[in-house]
Design a protein around this ligand. Structure first.
Ligand code: PXG
Length: 443
């Protein structure tokens, strides 16, 4: 039971089956959020919680960003919904144009979805259909990477590489294979920024080409910086090498930028940060500052144009969602882009990164810490697992930080930080200081 502060009535917690949550544990000791503004959440009791993870890697401009709030309110009153099939509305086109302005050169087509998971399914389907449209229908195989996270739909968990997300769900999509992950603690522990060693892990793609033949492979999908699996950075030169191997074999390269998009690394996208341009890019989260669900796939011109060769009156790509280009999402995203531009938020991460890096790396030497990783405003602190209880050590740290008023995220035994890009040095001190305090007293 919990008390609704507005009505003072008791609400049972039983009916809601919560996503990616230990339901029984949560319902014994619920952690409720009631209000959010800027860098903070407040609980229903009025306790203030510093948000170290931008909600869930999404509220890049901070909570209740005024222009975004105003845009959503105005749009809801003006036009709540417009059908996206056979009809358009001006903000959908305006937003696409605005997005193209900040995308890497050559990426200039925008397909809207409502989440990262849907963006991934869309990009995978686009890749396979693209090859078929250009007369190479044998290219149907999709390649992901071990430890990859690409959302929770069937395509995404098939190319994904997180065992717990896959093992319960049968045979998944056929014709999928994986290159190896890039995590190499032995050689790269405590790297600041991208690790020195491991560009050669990209050559694992050559192994799969030798096994399956390039003529069967449609695309490779990777997160430029893997978030959910525990903040894994690409080794120096790795993404360039992956790009070169894809080019050599006519394989499309998909960057899943659901986390890295919109300033997280200190540049608008990971593609702009690393100077490596994929053929397709998936985004969500920061696109609309998390305020209204929205995702998108960005495509290079020639991929789009390949679809445009049948009779004019026929649909070219049999795909889309009722809520693609939802007016509220478009309004929120336009206001989000305005806000990012006004406060230089898409590059602010680069300015704050050195301070964030120093603060994080000061945790070295504290109990159980075995690695610290960082880039832009993403941080990972890996802890040694408790014997026989993987994940518990980090989750206990999460609970203790919550008690002390700081929201962090854990995945396995890695603490992941991805604060709103409006963060100030004092917030960094509070987040990292709280983690340090908790670790010092950890069992
Ligand atoms: N791709 C990537 C790279 C993601 O990080 C998705 C796709 C799926 O997005 P949607 O909007 O369908 O959830 C994600 C989502 C975490 C965490 O704690 C990260 C995500 C989702 C839930 C938890 O790391 N990222």
């Amino acid at each position: 039971m919990t008390t609704n502060p507005k009505t003072d009535s008791k609400t049972s917690l039983e009916a809601y089956w919560m996503p990616f949550t230990a339901n029984r544990q949560f319902k014994q000791a619920p952690r409720m959020l009631a209000r959010a503004e800027g860098m903070y959440f407040w609980t229903p009791e009025g306790r203030k919680i510093l948000d170290g993870i931008a909600g869930l890697w999404c509220v890049n401009a901070g909570h209740a960003s005024p222009k975004v709030v105003q845009a959503i309110q105005a749009q809801a009153a003006e036009m709540d919904f417009a059908p996206p099939f056979n009809m358009g509305h001006p903000k959908a086109f305006e937003l696409a144009e605005r997005l193209v302005e900040i995308l890497p050169a050559g990426m200039n087509k925008v397909f809207y979805t409502n989440s990262g998971s849907e963006s991934v399914e869309t990009a995978l389907k686009m890749a396979i259909a693209y090859h078929r449209a250009r007369g190479e229908g044998s290219r149907t195989r999709l390649i992901g990477r071990e430890r990859g996270y690409h959302g929770v739909n069937f395509g995404g968990i098939s190319v994904g590489g997180i065992v717990a997300n896959r093992k319960m769900f049968g045979t998944l999509l056929a014709g999928v294979d994986h290159i190896r992950h890039t995590h190499d603690l032995a050689r790269n522990a405590y790297s600041r920024g991208v690790p020195e060693h491991g560009a050669e892990f990209a050559d694992d793609l050559e192994r799969l080409v030798a096994l399956h033949d390039a003529s069967t492979i449609a695309a490779v999908i990777v997160e430029p910086v893997a978030g959910s699996t525990g903040v894994l950075l690409p080794p120096k030169g790795y993404l360039e090498r992956l790009r070169a191997i894809c080019d050599k074999h006519g394989i499309l390269l998909i960057f899943d930028e659901v986390i890295t998009g919109f300033g997280r690394l200190g540049s608008p996208f990971a593609a702009t940060h690393f100077g490596v341009t994929p053929d397709l890019m998936t985004v969500a989260k920061g696109l609309s500052n998390g305020a209204v669900p929205m995702g998108a796939v960005f495509a290079k011109q020639h991929i789009h144009d390949t679809f445009m060769n049948g009779p004019d009156h026929l649909i070219e790509f049999f795909h889309g969602y009722t809520y693609s280009a939802h007016p509220l999402a478009c309004a929120a995203a336009l206001a989000t882009l305005d806000t990012y531009a006004e406060a230089d938020l898409l590059t602010r991460g680069a300015k704050m990164a050195p301070y964030f890096e120093d603060a994080l790396h000061a945790l070295k030497g504290l109990p159980h810490v075995i690695d610290i990783r960082n880039i832009g405003l993403v941080g990972g602190v890996e802890l040694a697992p408790m014997q026989g209880q993987p994940g518990k050590r980090a989750f206990d740290v999460f609970l203790k930080c919550w008690e002390r008023g700081v929201l962090i995220r854990t995945t396995g035994d890695t603490i992941a930080l991805s604060p709103p890009l409006i963060i100030e040095q004092s917030h960094i001190d509070e987040i990292v200081g709280t983690i340090a305090d908790v670790l010092k007293h950890a069992a």
